[in-house]
Design a binder for this molecule. Structure first.
Ligand SMILES: *Cc1c(COP(=O)(O)O)cnc(C)c1O
Length: 400
């Protein structure tokens, strides 16, 4: 017996749930790309994108996913032979570093593992050891979607300033923008990358590289920048096609316009508070499931360092895999796979899974997710402690 008919919930950390308003706005024939409404709408996106990133700097838009934004950011901050420092707290930092390596950029990786946040002290140490100031940039992942750690990006700026190191600070906010508090200017971030398909609630396909005046000046000192990734024409286009170095992502522009309207209407503070409360409901449920014989555990122990938009968990192989299969087949709920968590005992990472709770999610969806996981644990006879639904409901009741 399956109870999966009805509206399904893709609770993975991206692509996230797309609001009907966004889908409807995208469901239209392509507009004129030479003049008219599309041009005005595109221009109108820029101030709202800056609001979401909390910056007065610049933002370039790319027709690409997050990997494209990674490459775009790198192409404008460094060139072959340069060195960058990468702080790794999960798979996504390694993904960004790999792209750099394949561009001929040397990477110096500081590994913090998959259960802990960045410790800026080690970054400061590495910067002090760089006496000839060869490191061009420090790359950090604000929220690493594989480990669900939320790093203190501002602490890395303080480390750079403490040793007067001129390297640019670049942050990956693909998973955190419009979910977790992020203040580009106040935190001294020079470059930031984001994508459309997570907190911004639009299908994958467009991404963003934000940068400030410092990064803009450094870019002009590079000996060459690829035409396609060059951010300069994109922020000051003489002709409309220069925004995208070619055909505009027509339908995405309409979708993003509506998504940004929704973000403006709710307000960033309310959005952050909503994510915070819903995350707390999930954490309290997991803590209950992990009592007694229950083996479910949150990946990040210290709640300050937990993402408010994605939660990585362990439950032991093969239970993570079995649970994901059950909730999808029987109840229409799709959970995220464990990413970057393989070990000799569990080579496929089947003991891990993730909840995506980013963007267009509300209390009833999260209560549905928790109740459905509870049902799966019962159906599969997976040992778990009691009280998860009650504990989650209390978090939501307390906050409202
Ligand atoms: C999703 C994600 C990416 C990659 O985005 P793609 O669109 O899959 O290329 C990069 N960084 C983080 C932190 C992410 O969550």
């Amino acid at each position: 017996m399956s109870l999966s008919n009805g509206r399904s919930y893709l609770a993975i950390p991206g692509p996230s749930v797309i609001p009907d308003q966004v889908l409807q706005a995208m469901h239209r024939p392509s507009p004129n790309i030479y003049e008219g409404e599309l041009i005005e709408i595109t221009e109108s996106l820029i101030p709202d994108l800056k609001y979401v990133g909390q910056t007065d700097g610049y933002v370039a838009i790319y027709i690409a996913n997050g990997h494209g934004a990674w490459e775009a950011a790198l192409a404008n901050m460094a060139e072959a032979g340069d060195t960058i420092l990468v702080a790794a707290t999960g798979s996504f930092a390694h993904g960004w570093a790999e792209i750099a390596e394949n561009m001929g950029i040397k990477t110096q990786i500081i590994e913090f593992g998959t259960h802990s946040p960045i410790d800026a002290g080690f970054i400061e140490e590495a910067l002090r050891a760089d006496v000839h100031k060869k490191i061009k940039a420090v790359l950090v992942t604000h929220v690493d979607t594989s480990s669900s750690v939320r790093n203190d990006v501002h602490s890395v700026r303080l480390a750079l300033d403490a040793c007067h190191h001129p390297a640019l600070l670049a942050a990956d906010c693909v998973a955190s923008l419009a979910c977790d508090t992020f203040e580009m200017d106040n935190w001294g971030v020079d470059i930031m990358v984001a994508g459309s398909q997570k907190g911004l609630m639009v299908p994958p396909g467009i991404s963003f590289v934000y940068f400030n005046e410092r990064a803009k000046i450094v870019q002009t000192s590079l000996s060459r920048v690829s035409s396609y990734w060059n951010w300069a024409p994109r922020i000051a286009p003489q002709r409309y096609y220069e925004y995208f170095c070619g055909t505009a992502p027509t339908q995405h522009i309409y979708g993003l316009r509506v998504a940004l309207d929704m973000i403006r209407y709710e307000g960033l503070d309310a959005i952050f508070a909503r994510h915070e409360i819903l995350a707390r409901a999930i954490w309290s449920a997991v803590e209950c499931w992990g009592t007694g014989d229950g083996k479910m555990r949150l990946n990040i122990q210290n709640e300050y360092y937990r993402s408010r938009a994605v939660t990585a968990l362990s439950i032991g192989a093969p239970f993570g895999l079995n649970l994901r299969r059950w909730v999808e087949k029987k109840a229409g709920l799709t959970l995220g796979i464990g990413l970057g968590m393989s070990s000799p005992e569990d080579p496929n990472g089947d003991g891990f899974f993730r909840f995506g709770h980013m963007g267009h999610v509300n209390a009833q969806m999260i209560m549905g997710l928790i109740g459905t996981v509870e049902a799966g644990l019962c159906a599969l006879d997976i040992p778990h402690g009691p009280g998860a639904c009650d504990a989650a409901a209390k978090q939501i009741a307390l906050a409202t």
